[in-house]
Design a binder for this molecule. Structure first.
Ligand SMILES: [Zn+2]
Length: 73
């Protein structure tokens, strides 16, 4: 049975998290890895700034998450 590790990859810049630290995406890994995705702290800040800017001029009553999309109501 092969050993597979699970690690987190940034869905924007593709950095990976190892022991709580973020590193650029490696070109080669010596083991099989299963990825789960999120934003690294830097990309999260950038994305949240874009979301805040988007809604700054468009006040909404509610924000609904549908799948991977955000819908303003
Ligand atoms: Zn990132």
């Amino acid at each position: 049975m092969k050993t597979q590790l699970m690690t987190t990859k940034c869905c924007k810049c593709r950095s990976i998290r190892v022991n709580g630290n973020w590193f650029p995406e490696p070109t080669f890994l010596a083991w099989d890895v299963i990825y789960t995705h999120t934003y690294c702290p830097e990309c999260f800040e950038q994305e949240m700034a874009m979301v805040e800017k988007y809604f700054q001029d468009k006040p909404v009553n509610a924000i609904v998450c549908s799948g991977n999309r955000i819908i303003a109501a």
